[in-house]
Structures are given as C-alpha cells and as structure tokens.
Design a protein around this ligand. Structure first.
Ligand code: MN3
Length: 248
C-alpha cells in the first residue's frame, strides 16, 4: 500500500465516508464504483474503464445502442489498455489520476509523452463524455447558465457557439466548454484526444466528434449527430462540473 492510499484509507476509517480529494472530484457525482474499484486514486493495478451510468440503449434514438457498445467497450477500453501499456513500469506516474498526468504532461518522460497525450487524453475525455449525457437530457440552469450569459451574451449564444465549434472542427477531435486558468468559460475544439487539462483548463462538457462516435448511425452527417446529441445533454452534471471547477 503506498502512502497516498494509506492516507485515504485512514481518512475513510476515521470519517466513515469516502473522501475523494480532487482531481477526480470533477467526476465524483457521476462516478459509479464497481466492486473492483475501491479507490479513485489507486492505479497500482492500472487505469480502469469506468462503468456507464445507464444502459447502452438509454440514449436511443439519438445515440444508438451499437455505437455505445463499441464506443465504450472497445474504443474507450482501448485507450485505457494503451495508457496502461505506455505507463508500464513508471510506478511514480501510475500513482496519479489520469487528470493529473495530463495537467503535468511536461513531467511525463518524453519517450511516452505522446502515448499519454493520446491514450490518457482518450481515457479522460471519454470518462467525462459519458457522464454529461443522460436519457431525456436535463435542463440548463444554475451557475453555469449565469456564467454562459455573462461570457457569451446569452445561453443560446453559448450553445450556438459550442455547436458551431463542433460542426466546423476539421478531422477527429472534441468540442469543449471549459473553465480556464482565469476561471472564465471558454469554448473551443481540440484535435485528436488532446485534453484541455494540458493547458491548465478544466473541461466541464465535451463532445466527441470522431467518426467512431457517430458513423454507424449518421455516416458522413456529423451535423445531424451533433444536433441529435443536444437531446441527451446532462446540463445538471455540467453545472456541477462548473461549480467544482470554480472551487479549485
Ligand atoms: Mn470517442
């Protein structure tokens, strides 16, 4: 047992509750623990694919069951496997959350840095993505809505900018709503699996625009997929992510 686990387990015993001391706190609300997963910070057995909070068909007809099965079970699992392979014997790295790895990407040895950017980014990005969708979607209000108004003029303007950013991104990548290092909202896209965490930004909503996210159902019609996705956005979770990001 390493020092960090000892402290967390010790705290757990005293407090009687599980203390999730950042960085996964961002996702804590949505994080379902399985019996194999007792500690967000214990990666001594490698990073693990998080469970979905809903069934594969829950987002039908907007996101189809088969896409969810392959996207979560094959693509996301693939990023987790490749991250574990890249980290290998770097035990000092594998004690960190994937978010911390990305935040401190300059400290990752050059020989594995790009692999961590790709696969660690893939793991972190998808982990957020699953939690910001839910059957039926949720209403957009609360603190994040206020911040969207003050930053972009209106909630609709912010939503519009996000959707346009996603639709016009060239090639594989992600559209993001982030809290930047000055605690301001920003909307932009990144290529491949590049994570906003590498720029010191905290992503609170991400939309996967890789073809694997939509091709089975929408083929070349990325805009249709993006419009459909608006029906399943869990804005309640995005608001919680915003509140959490503003605390940090
Ligand atoms: Mn994907």
């Amino acid at each position: 047992m390493n020092r960090r686990n000892f402290i967390i387990n010790g705290s757990t015993a005293i407090a009687g509750i599980v203390l999730t001391s950042s960085p996964l706190r961002l996702y804590a609300d949505s994080h379902q623990k399985s019996e194999h997963e007792t500690d967000d910070h214990d990666h001594s057995h490698g990073y693990e694919l998080p469970n979905l909070r809903y069934k594969h068909d829950a987002l039908e007809p907007y996101i189809d069951k088969r896409t969810m099965e392959i996207h979560h079970g094959k693509h996301h699992q693939g990023y987790v496997n490749k991250l574990n392979a890249a980290i290998g014997d770097y035990h000092d790295l594998s004690n960190q959350s994937v978010e911390d790895l990305l935040r401190n990407i300059d400290k990752v040895p050059k020989t594995i840095r790009q692999a961590v950017i790709n696969s660690g980014g893939g793991h972190a990005n998808h982990t957020l993505f699953w939690t910001t969708m839910i059957k039926g979607g949720r209403e957009l209000n609360g603190k994040v809505a206020e911040a969207m108004k003050s930053t972009f003029g209106s909630v609709d303007a912010a939503k519009g900018k996000f959707l346009t950013t996603a639709k016009t991104h060239f090639g594989s990548g992600w559209a993001w709503l982030v809290v930047d290092d000055k605690k301001k909202l920003q909307i932009y896209s990144t290529k491949n699996q590049d994570s906003p965490l590498m720029d010191g930004h905290t992503p609170i909503l991400g939309l996967d625009v890789w073809e694997h996210a939509y091709y089975l159902k929408y083929q070349n019609k990325r805009a249709d997929y993006i419009d459909a996705w608006t029906n399943v956005v869990n804005w309640k979770q995005v608001n919680l992510n915003y509140i959490d990001a503003m605390k940090g």
